[in-house]
Ligand binder design. Structure first.
Ligand SMILES: Nc1ncnc2c1ncn2[C@@H]1O[C@H](COP(=O)(O)OP(=O)(O)O)[C@@H](O)[C@H]1O
Ligand SMILES: N[C@@H](CCC(=O)OP(=O)(O)O)C(=O)O
Length: 377
């Protein structure tokens, strides 16, 4: 696709029918671990305006831990996982109560959805998330999403909501992604560096990743810093979704297409949201090692991975979990959703469909990974 101009990208954002907005902890809370209702209300005013003009708005809001730790007696954001889980349990309720009241002033309803990483992996959960979001939007409500921090642990969590917001943008087939944080734009280096300069437009975020010096969080409540925001902008861009990054105070102008913050152009046409989901969200639990023929077929794009072409299975996974498909040299060829549990697979290896049917039964005469569930990497 041709690279659009900055004006075209800004216009696409202004005309977006469905828009996903992500706001970070530092934009909603005080360093003391309490909500800042004034800033939250100002954000809601900007979102309500878009909603009342007919836009479909999905809010991905961080801030549960940062809104909860103060009232539980912590001086700073706790680092212990159980403390974080407890703070999130308290803070998420406070956050939603404030959002509910703020949106109600505009006659708008909100609906809370809390997501864990495992919900983004399992196909059935993925479908549930999509269906609930679509129905909420059809009913005119504003879905408010956060990671389910009370059930997340360090080993398996998004941690920040930046990447989650890009995945949500895919699920709801958003026309734009807005990343709101505590800096007004992406800079050539962390803004604390005296030489850093604002970047108004990024035509190709993959190229920019090499040129921009990105750092971690600048606040004591945020987590991902600019690294995860760039990753979110990249996922959106390769999914065909334009994005804009700015501070929460600029939410209104950013959604109106004004030249604030940093705009990121889409770099591909829009793909199937399910495939993007597999490619970006699903964490592989194991590996299927393809022989040379199967590797060639998978690389070619349109083939399923058949048991006849698989040499080895590694790891423990259930049918529907994501797995790597590697060649014999250990290179990742693709990511896909397994059609069988890992323990069922060894008896299937090397057998063609007729043999699988004869020796193991009809239910085994299927690909290990169907081509509809497979994404090249
Ligand atoms: N190149 C950069 N341009 C802008 N900000 C950067 C850059 N590198 C690092 N940062 C830091 O990223 C921070 C925003 O990330 P974070 O604190 O995680 O915010 P949030 O809580 O909104 O997710 C900024 O405050 C800034 O200090
Ligand atoms: N889900 C967590 C988000 C953690 C976090 O700090 O995220 P962010 O502010 O987006 O970098 C929470 O609500 O506290």
């Amino acid at each position: 696709m041709n690279t659009p101009s900055q004006a075209q990208v800004r216009r696409a954002i202004a005309e977006a029918q469905t828009i996903v907005v992500k706001v970070g902890s530092s934009s909603l809370t005080e360093p003391s671990g309490h909500l800042d209702p004034e800033r939250l209300n100002a954000l809601v005013a900007a979102l309500a305006r878009v909603r009342l003009m007919g836009g479909r708005v999905v809010l991905v809001s961080s801030g549960a831990i940062a809104a909860g730790f103060g009232s539980l007696g912590f001086d700073a954001r706790p680092t212990d996982v159980a403390d974080q889980q407890a703070c999130a349990a308290v803070g998420q309720g406070l956050l939603m109560a404030q959002y509910e009241a703020a949106f109600a002033r505009y006659g708008l309803r909100v609906g809370q959805i809390l997501i864990t990483v495992s919900d983004t992996i399992a196909p059935q959960q993925y479908r549930n998330v999509r269906r609930t979001l679509e129905r909420l939007l059809d009913l005119g409500a504003v879905p408010i999403i956060n990671e389910n921090d009370s059930l997340a642990s360090n080993e398996i969590r998004f941690g920040d909501n930046d990447r989650l917001s890009a995945l949500i943008a895919n699920i709801v087939v958003a026309d734009a992604l807005v990343l709101l944080t505590d800096v007004d734009a992406l800079y050539t280096a962390p803004p604390s560096e005296p030489e850093s300069k604002r970047i108004a437009y990024v035509p190709n975020v993959e190229d920019a990743l090499e040129k921009v010096q990105v750092g971690g969080t600048g606040s004591n409540v945020g987590t991902g810093g600019m690294v995860t925001k760039m990753e979110a902008a990249r996922v959106a861009a390769v999914s065909g979704i334009p994005s804009v990054l700015t501070c929460a105070a600029n939410a209104g102008p950013a959604m109106m297409g004004d030249p604030v913050g940093t705009a990121f152009a889409p770099i591909h046409d829009r793909g199937s949201s399910r495939r993007l989901w597999i490619g970006f969200a699903a964490h592989p639990f194991g590996t299927l090692v393809a022989d040379a023929g199967a590797a060639k077929a998978v690389r070619g794009g349109a083939a399923s991975l058949l048991a006849a072409g698989v040499l080895e299975v590694r790891g423990e996974f259930a049918a529907g979990d994501a797995v790597w498909i590697d060649d014999e040299a250990g290179n990742h060829l693709a990511k896909g959703l397994a059609g069988f549990d890992s323990e069922e697979i060894p008896q299937m290896l090397g057998r063609n469909t007729a043999q699988l049917k004869r020796f193991l039964g009809e239910e085994y005469a299927h690909p290990l990974v169907h081509r509809d569930n497979l994404v090249l990497v």
